[in-house]
Write a protein that binds this ligand. Structure first.
Ligand code: KG4
Ligand code: ZN
Length: 336
């Protein structure tokens, strides 16, 4: 990237209110995230109305803090990037309206960022990209394999046909009476258990890079019901380890096969489930015998944050792809 840029990023698509300042799409000057997880925990998942209300309360102070911590003046900020979608519409609108108001008041260009592009570009805050590149995006709402031949160009080659990987973690955790969000809980329990239960792997048809996790989720639910009906004791550790092994094997194998078929130079993983220890280890192991470089961001860049939105926004800034004042939240926005 040639053009110098300092971008303010804003992210409010789900349950994190976040703002960050990023230089040249690669250097984090500040990265402020307030999570609502503790609030949503009591409901066992994200309640959209509650999320919106907390974004309203937090967004201004989070943006002010991000600017203060970055030690930049408004005159140094080149543009404001905000998540346009996908996500909860009410939550998205809080960030979008804050971004619009600031862009208008401070006379800055407005940039609309796809949330998944943000997750992908979280990697570039640590590692430069080599094309062609393969990205596995695994979050609470998404499971996608995307090939990129250049910056800002996305080709979707596979996606989930039903539940997202993170959603499967969260639903299985609920069956095991574990708190929300379930991914970190299952990850933690897995370390203490054995992957001794033979849960199914959903490969779909030969050569397909699509995913399906609902059958696995049903298999775990049936297993738990059977054990309970027999009056036996549930070994949550083994269930967690066996479930995680199934998800990790399918994600890793499909990513590997796609990386070979598309002859990529680099494979990256993004999204909340990229924080999973089993997945991180399996991906690095699988690619260790290849020349393909692998990158997975540090944990705080895997889950939702605004530095990733500013990083993806920097590419659009360079291309001068600015949003207009009628920018709206798009809950089902496609990655194009
Ligand atoms: O990317 P993210 O923060 O929000 C979305 O855009 O969805 O992802 C949240 C998802 C949740 O489903 C959560 O359970 C999962 O990421 N997650 C994990 C781990 N940490 C977070 N899943 C498995 N293992 C983890 N360590
Ligand atoms: Zn996300």
């Amino acid at each position: 990237m040639n053009k110098q840029s300092i971008i303010l990023g804003i992210e409010t698509s789900c349950d994190e209110t976040a703002a960050a300042v990023v230089k040249n799409g690669t250097e984090i000057l500040s990265n402020v995230v307030t999570s609502q997880i503790d609030i949503h925990k009591q409901f066992g998942g994200v309640v959209p109305e509650v999320a919106s209300r907390h974004h309203v309360e937090q967004v201004t102070v989070v943006i002010e803090t991000a600017i203060k911590e970055a030690e930049v003046g408004w005159d140094e900020i080149d543009a404001i990037a905000v998540t346009q979608g996908p996500g909860l519409v009410g939550a998205l609108l809080i960030g979008i309206n804050a971004a619009k108001a600031l862009a208008f008041a401070k006379n800055k260009p407005l940039i609309a960022v796809h949330h998944i592009a943000g997750h992908i570009y979280a990697n570039r805050l640590e590692q430069s990209f080599e094309f062609p590149l393969l990205a596995l995006i695994v979050s609470g709402g998404h499971t996608e394999l995307v090939v990129m031949k250049d910056h800002g160009e996305y080709e979707l080659i596979g996606e989930t046909l039903d539940d997202a990987a993170g959603e499967a973690f969260d639903k299985v955790a609920r069956v095991l009476d574990l708190p929300y969000p379930g991914g970190p809980e299952i990850d933690h329990l897995s370390k203490k258990g054995e992957a001794s239960i033979d849960f199914p792997r959903s490969w779909l048809e030969e050569g397909s890079y699509d995913f399906s996790f609902s059958g696995l989720k049903s298999a775990v639910i049936n297993y738990v019901h059977n054990v309970n009906q027999r009056g036996d004791k549930l070994c949550k550790e083994d269930i967690a380890a066996s479930f995680q092994a199934s998800v990790v094997e399918v994600l890793t194998e499909k990513t590997y096969q796609a990386a070979l078929e598309y002859n990529v130079k680099q494979a990256i993983v993004a999204g909340g489930v990229a924080a999973n220890n089993g997945l991180r280890t399996a991906i690095f192991d699988k690619f260790s015998s290849t020349n393909i470089s692998v990158h997975i961001p540090r944990l705080e860049l895997c889950t939702d944050n605004a530095a990733m939105i500013a990083a993806a926004g920097a590419i659009l800034y360079e291309k001068k792809q600015f949003a207009s004042w009628d920018l709206n939240g798009r809950p089902s926005l496609l990655l194009t």
